[in-house]
Structures are given as C-alpha cells and as structure tokens.
Ligand binder design. Structure first.
Ligand code: VNL
Length: 392
C-alpha cells in the first residue's frame, strides 16, 4: 500500500513536470494576437467589409508567422457604436492579450478607445477614422488612413487655382466634418474666396433635401462636400434628382464622396466631379495594379476603396514592426511603427515619427468613364503632404 502510494506520487510528480514543460512550449507557440475592431454591421458596414478584406489579403500575400508564432487577427464588430468599440478594446487587451488594436471606422470610436491604448500601452493603428486630433488623443495611436485637413486644404488650393471664388460647404455634422469644413473654408478665405453658407447634415440617416434647397438658393460657383464613406451614392442621387447637376453648380469635395466602393453605381451625375484624396483604385502604379487585381479576385470582384488601403497599409505597419520586436508588444512595438517608409498601393507613404500620422501624396482626381466604368482619374498631386492640422 505504502509502496503504491509512493509510486503514484512519483507518477503524479512526473506528470506535473511534463505538463509544466508542455505548458511553456505551448506558450512559445501561442499566437500573436491583434484585435481588429470594425463596423461590420450598421451604417458604416462597407468600411468594415473593405478593411477586413484588405487585412486578410495582406496576410495571405505576406505570410502570417512572426518568429515562429502564428499571427491571429481577432475581428470584432462594434456596429459603429463608440461605447461598444471601447468595451471590445478593453476585452481584447485584458482577456486576449492582444499586442495591437486596429481598425476604427469612425472618429468617435477611435476617440473612445484612445485612453485604453494609453493605459495599457497598446499600439492602436487607426485604419479609417480621419479627424486630425485622433493622433493627439494617445501617444500610442498610429494612423494609416488620412486626415481631413489634408484633403480639405488641397481642395481649397485647387479651387483657387481654378478661379472658383464663391462656394457653399456641406459636411457631415461630427468631428471629421468640422475639420473638413474649417480647413477648407479657412484656406478659401486666405486665398481671397468667400464661403457664402456652411451646411451640415447629421451623421445618422441624413436627409439631403433641405440642405440641397439651400444650396440652390445660394447659387454658388461650387458646392464642396465631405460625407463619410458609404453616404456618397445617396447624396449624388438627391443632387441629381434636384437638378443641381444641371444648375451650373460645380460639385467638388474630399474623395470620400466619390468612394470607389460605390462610384461605379453612381451614374452620370458623378462625371466630372473633382475631389482631393490619397487613394484611387485607378492609381497608376505596378504595386496598385497588383493590389487591385488580387483584392478583386479574393472578393468576388469588389473594387478596393480608400478604406481598404488604410487597412492594408495598417497591417503592413503592424507586421513589419512585429518582425523587429519578434512578436513583443508595448512601447517597443510602437517605436518600430514610427518612421516606417514604404510603397503603398496609394504611392509612397511615411509614418511621421514625431506625429505618428501618415504623410502621403494628396491627388486631384476627376471622375471619368474608363473602359465602361466610373473612376477617379488622378491628374495632379501635392507631394508628401503632412497633416495641416498639426502645423499650428
Ligand atoms: C471618418 C472620416 C469616417 C472619413 C469616414 O467614413 C470617412 C471618420 C466612415 O473619421 O469618422 O470617409
């Protein structure tokens, strides 16, 4: 009896030791986790769909192992509700121990999450949201989308060059819209132009009819518009229905309104619309051609838009940084993201080491029919543009 117990004891001790070893081996082979929070349902679902597809494409093309460990992307749907974004981020950090947070379809979602990135020292890669101030909300924010002041200032410069002096602005009534309005209007006035009316529509379920009536009454030379990705098609439809395209009012704006996700279905009303933006699926480069072809092939012919490129480049920034840290997160991972320079499908980009914001070319594009499809055709650019919102 005594002997058996002892033997059993030894067996148990061996088993424990074995499990202990197995445990530490399992740790080394644990996946490196990245939390990707996106609006996969609700009003901004197209943004989630585009970014999710781009992240998957990046991993399929570039491999998903770092230092012998698998990289696992955990996708969470925040349904465009900022409180949900924040809660999901908290869970991903505490329970899943993600090394990075990524995604963020709208500015309020990014702003709500920034304190969690700061407190947990988790790099937070903003792939969609574009209000200037987001990168200042936490020292752990890195941005791969764009900023509204970049597109707005570029557009005002173009208007000035093309002798457009009298304009009305129309923006979505939340942070990126306020940036889009302010930076455009300030530069217009600086250049000697006038903004005769500043109109805003709600982020949720906007009705464009009342503001379009005001635009008609004001009879400006041009209407400048910012609306978040996904709202452009509905706006264009009403713009045409009210006959504004035939009333001699030029439509200009940030490229969000001629979003490649919807552009081809907008019809003739979109023809000739000039916008400033950082990405067009029609961008002429070998890298972009390869990206567009692969993206379409993997997604039933879906055309990538600027959100997809923000996601693709964001994944690049994370993966290259993880290679440097061999899978470690925290401040080391953040530092390895700063200063990255690479060729994106949009062109050359830099993650400014000081601001953690993106520096890239702002293109001027005109909607044209190319091979039977509507495209934003680039005809000029402001090279290597920093965020004007940070040059105070
Ligand atoms: C934002 C900016 C969202 C630009 C967008 O689409 C966009 C934002 C969802 O910062 O909330 O096109």
């Amino acid at each position: 009896m005594q002997k058996r117990t002892t033997l059993r004891g030894i067996a148990a001790a061996t088993l424990t030791l074995g499990l202990g070893l197995a445990g530490s081996q399992a740790l080394a082979a644990d996946p490196i986790k990245i939390g990707l929070i996106l609006p996969m349902t609700g009003q901004q679902a197209t943004t989630g769909r585009q970014i999710d597809a781009a992240v998957k494409l990046y991993l399929a093309q570039n491999g998903n192992t770092i230092a012998g460990r698998k990289v696992e992307v955990i996708v969470k749907d925040d349904a465009t509700v900022p409180d949900t974004t924040r809660r999901l981020a908290q869970e991903l950090v505490v329970q899943e121990k993600v090394v990075a947070l990524a995604g963020f379809g709208i500015t309020p979602a990014a702003m709500a999450t920034a304190p969690i990135a700061t407190q947990s020292k988790t790099p937070m890669v903003v792939m969609a949201a574009a209000t200037s101030a987001i990168t200042e909300a936490s020292p752990f924010v890195v941005r791969t989308s764009f900023t509204l002041p970049q597109a707005a200032v570029a557009m005002a410069e173009w208007a000035n060059k093309n002798k457009i002096k009298k304009v009305v602005t129309l923006v979505s009534d939340y942070a990126p819209g306020i940036d889009a309005e302010r930076y455009f209007a300030d530069r217009m006035v600086l250049n000697g132009g006038t903004v005769v009316d500043k109109l805003r529509t709600p982020l949720r379920s906007p009705d464009f009819a009342p503001v379009l009536q005001k635009v008609r009454d004001a009879a400006p030379e041009a209407l400048y518009v910012f609306l978040p990705s996904g709202q452009g098609a509905a706006f264009m439809k009403q713009f045409a229905e009210r006959g504004l395209d035939k009333a001699g009012i030029r439509l200009i704006g940030t490229g969000d309104i001629t979003d490649d996700d919807q552009l081809n279905d907008m019809g003739d009303v979109a023809l000739g619309v000039v916008t400033a933006h950082h990405y067009s699926a029609n961008h002429k480069s070998a890298a972009n051609q390869k990206f567009v072809d692969a993206f379409k092939k993997a997604n039933n012919g879906m055309r990538p838009n600027f959100m997809a490129v923000g996601g693709y480049d964001g994944m690049r920034v994370i993966m290259e940084a993880l290679k440097v840290t061999k899978g470690a997160g925290g401040e080391a991972l953040l530092n390895a993201m700063k200063g990255q320079v690479f060729e994106s499908p949009r062109g050359q980009v830099l993650i400014d080491a000081q601001t953690r914001d993106i520096v890239h070319d702002m293109y001027f594009r005109k909607v044209e029919r190319v091979g039977g499809e509507l495209h934003n055709v680039e005809f000029d650019a402001i090279k290597a543009m920093k965020d004007p919102g940070k040059q105070k």
